[in-house]
Design a protein around this ligand. Structure first.
Ligand SMILES: [Zn+2]
Length: 49
């Protein structure tokens, strides 16, 4: 369905959100982080894409 196009699964909490920020993990892969988990991503020194 269309929902798939608008929601990404958060890398940290696993919740689906349409407001995600793409980050690069240690393996250089793109992961999506919801706004609630952005501080966690920053603390883990993930790079913003
Ligand atoms: Zn999250």
């Amino acid at each position: 369905m269309f929902k798939k196009f608008f929601s990404k699964t958060c890398f940290f909490c696993g919740k689906k959100s349409k407001d995600t920020t793409p980050y690069l993990n240690d393996g250089g892969e793109t992961v999506h982080v919801c706004f609630q988990c952005v501080p966690v991503a920053e603390r883990r020194a993930l790079r913003k894409k």
